[in-house]
Design a protein around this ligand. Structure first.
Ligand SMILES: Cc1cc2nc3c(=O)[nH]c(=O)nc-3n(C[C@H](O)[C@H](O)[C@H](O)COP(=O)(O)OP(=O)(O)OC[C@H]3O[C@@H](n4cnc5c(N)ncnc54)[C@H](O)[C@@H]3O)c2cc1C
Ligand SMILES: Cc1cc2nc3c(=O)[nH]c(=O)nc-3n(C[C@H](O)[C@H](O)[C@H](O)COP(=O)(O)O)c2cc1C
Ligand code: SF4
Length: 377
């Protein structure tokens, strides 16, 4: 049993306390613990004899020594994503960890033979982890992020209900970079000219992805909002909202708006809402849909976008139209963003493109590729 992100450490504390009262043998509890203090309290209060850390020991096997030394800010938290560990185990593959790509490869990293000047472009989790590992190996690393905040799309991922713990990963990666002496520069959009002036030996392009804008009539109207902007709070929705796209981002955005008491409808091409959401998470997401009375239209291909709704065709060919919404928000997926195009390989002697800049996927891919790139410089 693996609790997903929305379930917090100690969720079973009351049950364990009752078991401890009822039995005369030692009790070991387990379940979504990520830091030692709550666990220690459970033992001190006599509610359990031991607390086991499962996935947290994969996310950061140095937890005991970090806790002993009081270095909790450098602890990498398990975000309970279930993507790297459990998913791989079920497929019979070696386990991985989204927040700790060194899982199972702990002895692999070697100090760099030649110290190089490394420029990392993009401060999402891919860029941050690549910068950290490169610096750990002894390189002189600068990371530039065009926004004023670090974290990229995983910052946005933390806004929907139950996903707040994701921000712990971003926070920790920033701390790891700071401790490894990475120079972190925000508000700097790297261009070819910037690279020419700074002349790095190696460049890691971790520029992420941008929202997909499909060629649908009306989609570029200025009144149509982007899901990213809504999540980040850059724009506000009206009361009655239509979310176009019901994959992971669209369905979590709908829950986010539902929690904020908007009246939400989601329209999705596939016949299932949140089809790409890990099943343990989807169960809770669907409960949000029910709790917030979110309306869904599935198997619907949007053919035109209006200021207050959309026209669409159902699988049986029926044409339809829904309107009367105060806001229409797009969440139709992402496309890789690499501002250097075909010139990317000419940016420096060594160039690595990683994460969503290659192809929009998940953070597990971004951190894995970040590690591979930084390991090889
Ligand atoms: C709303 C949302 C929810 C998500 N939820 C999950 C989830 O629950 N689990 C999961 O695994 N994945 C999730 N994802 C996908 C995940 O966020 C991405 O796969 C991951 O962030 C990719 O990391 P990255 O570092 O490659 O790119 P990004 O996180 O996109 O970071 C790229 C960074 O580069 C910066 N940048 C771009 N161009 C330049 C330039 N020229 N100079 C300087 N900086 C530049 C951008 O501003 C950005 O900060 C979600 C995505 C979104 C949008
Ligand atoms: C990759 C992986 C493999 C596991 N294998 C076993 C196992 O073989 N037997 C078992 O009883 N529990 C197994 N577990 C469950 C853990 O022991 C633990 O109960 C569970 O992860 C919940 O604790 P956590 O929230 O601290 O991760 C496994 C967990 C993971 C993530
Ligand atoms: S893959 Fe996700 S759930 Fe598994 S240990 Fe790593 S962070 Fe935790």
């Amino acid at each position: 049993m693996w609790a997903p992100t929305c379930i917090h450490g100690g969720f079973n504390a009351d049950f364990v306390t009752e078991i401890k009262r009822a039995v005369q043998i030692p009790v070991i509890m387990v379940g979504r613990f990520t830091e030692p203090y709550y666990a220690e309290l459970m033992v001190k209060e006599g509610r359990t004899d031991l607390v086991a850390f499962g996935r947290q020991s994969i996310a950061d096997p140095e937890l005991p020594i970090k806790a002993f030394r009081g270095e909790m800010e450098s602890l990498t938290p398990c975000i309970a994503c279930l993507q790297g560990c459990v998913a791989n185990m079920f497929q019979g593959n070696p386990i991985e960890c989204l927040v700790n790509p060194r899982t199972g490869r702990e002895a692999e990293l070697k100090a760099a033979a030649v110290k190089k000047k490394v420029l990392v472009i993009g401060g999402g989790v891919g860029g941050l982890y690549a910068a950290y590992v490169a610096a750990l190996r002894g390189h002189e690393v600068t990371l530039c992020e065009k926004k004023v905040v670090l974290g990229g799309n995983m910052r946005l991922a933390a806004y929907p209900p139950g996903k707040g713990d994701i921000v712990g990963m971003v926070r920790n990666y920033i701390v790891l970079c700071q401790k490894a002496n990475v120079t972190l520069l925000t508000g700097i959009e790297v261009t070819k000219e910037y690279i020419e002036v700074n002349a790095p030996d190696a460049v890691i392009v971790a520029t992420g992805a941008s929202p997909l804008v499909l060629p649908i009539p009306g989609i570029r109207d200025s009144s149509i909002l982007s899901g990213d902007d809504v999540l980040s709070g850059e724009v506000q929705c009206g009361q009655k909202v239509l979310v176009v796209g019901g994959g992971m981002v669209g369905s979590e955005l709908a829950a986010f708006l539902g929690e904020a008491e908007h009246e939400v409808t989601v329209i999705e091409l596939r016949d299932k809402i949140g089809a790409d959401v890990i099943s343990e998470h989807r169960k809770y997401l669907m409960k949000d849909f029910s709790d917030y009375n979110i309306t869904t239209i599935t198997g619907a291909k949007v053919s035109e976008i209006h200021k207050d709704g959309v026209s669409y065709t159902l699988e049986d060919g029926t044409r339809n139209c829904i309107n009367g919404f105060d806001s229409v928000v797009l969440a139709m997926g992402y496309r890789n963003y690499n501002p250097f195009g075909e010139d990317v390989d000419k940016l420096a002697k060594e160039v690595y493109v990683i994460g969503d800049a290659v192809k929009a996927r998940r953070a597990l891919d971004a951190t894995r590729e970040a590690y591979e790139a930084a390991k090889n410089i």
